[in-house]
Design a binder for this molecule. Structure first.
Ligand SMILES: Nc1ncnc2c1ncn2[C@@H]1O[C@H](COP(=O)(O)OP(=O)(O)OP(=O)(O)O)[C@@H](O)[C@H]1O
Ligand SMILES: [Mg+2]
Length: 331
């Protein structure tokens, strides 16, 4: 078996030369025998057979040796269709140099897959570190800064009570209004960084809150149609969908010059589907993702990928933008 394998592994050129030498030798032996046996020189049929045998052997050897080319082509087609698991199959009959190309391609693909996995792990770490930091700052703002501002308002209320001067009263009223505004801003900032309503009430109310907030800050009309889920969407996919909606609304406000955005959340079998559609100016998605001017689209994709979901961004200049995130509710 070892010998057969070694013979099959010799380069195509050596195989062809070897096979042809064998055929020529066999023909010469045949001619010599023919001469001895019949004393005639009827060698034409023997040479004809030898030539035909040579042709067949050459054709078979070239066909078998070049077969890996179609394996390479098939693998490339699978890769182009997005199947990154595709590999060139190992063939004992393949020409050595051709087989080397296949092995090299497989090695490259393995390295690429490894790099992609590393990049995804890194992105997951960055996203979760970012989330933790945001949650910490949000807690701090809510529990500490907002509490201090509430205390300031109470003190100002007491001071207004004790004051006997109308001029001081007017000042205190202004101060209370400013403190109240600051309190509102701190609460809103804390909420934007980490929406507690998502933890406490679930995704649908959180999306409605987000829509109200966006409408208050931007010249955008946002409509939300969100189904209630029973049991509720688990926290990781709910957080991923919330962040997708947040980024999509931010992009609609910043880049799209949109006037209307529809946000819908529905169940589809065992998945939750979030769709955000704006009527803005649209953009070339492929170009934007290749240029990657910001982190928004990339981190949307990563977040949804991390909970085993799929994100589709459909848009074209002058056509508005549709973003669909589908996440499985069970793993
Ligand atoms: N809804 C949209 N309408 C029109 N253009 C958009 C829309 N969403 C994204 N884009 C385009 O795609 C680009 C990439 O968006 P992405 O969210 O990744 O980055 P960004 O918004 O520029 O920065 P970041 O999100 O990091 O603050 C944007 O710069 C913008 O040109
Ligand atoms: Mg963005």
């Amino acid at each position: 078996m070892k010998l057969v394998e070694r013979v099959l592994r010799v380069p195509l050129l050596a195989k062809l030369a070897g096979a042809n030498i064998l055929i020529v030798l066999a023909a010469l032996v045949g001619v010599a025998i023919e001469r001895r046996v019949s004393f005639s020189s009827n060698v034409v049929p023997i040479l004809g057979i030898a030539l035909a045998a040579s042709l067949v052997v050459n054709l078979v050897l070239v066909y078998v040796a070049l077969r890996p080319l179609s394996d390479l082509e098939r693998t490339a087609t699978h890769l182009a269709a997005g199947d990154m698991e595709a590999r060139v199959p190992d063939s004992i009959l393949a020409d050595r140099d051709m087989a080397r190309v296949g092995t090299m391609l497989n090695d490259l693909l393995d390295r690429l897959t490894e790099d992609r996995a590393r990049e995804r792990r890194l992105a997951a770490q960055v996203i979760s570190a970012q989330d933790e930091e945001r949650a910490r700052v949000a807690r701090e703002l809510h529990d500490s800064t907002a509490q201090i501002l509430t205390a300031v308002m109470l003190q100002l209320g007491a001071a207004a009570h004790e004051s006997t001067s109308p001029a001081l009263d007017a000042r205190i009223v202004t101060l209370r209004e400013l403190a109240s505004e600051a309190l509102e801003e701190v609460r809103s900032l804390s909420h934007t960084m980490h929406p507690r309503v998502l933890d406490d009430l679930g995704l649908a109310p959180a999306l409605e809150w987000l829509a109200r907030q966006t409408q208050a800050q931007e010249p955008l009309d946002v409509q939300v149609v969100a189904a209630e889920f029973d049991p509720p969407i688990p926290a990781p996919p709910a957080a991923a969908l919330y962040r997708v909606a947040q980024e999509a609304l931010r992009n609609a406000a910043r880049h799209a010059q949109a006037s209307h955005v529809d946000v819908s959340l529905r169940r589809d079998g065992r998945s939750a589907v979030l769709e955000i559609v704006d009527d803005g100016r649209g953009f070339d998605v492929e170009r934007a993702e290749a240029r990657r001017p910001g982190m928004g689209l990339f981190s949307m994709r990563e977040r949804v990928g991390l909970v085993n979901g799929r994100l589709t961004v459909s848009s074209a200049p002058g056509r508005g933008t549709q973003i669909v995130a589908i996440v499985p509710l069970t793993n």
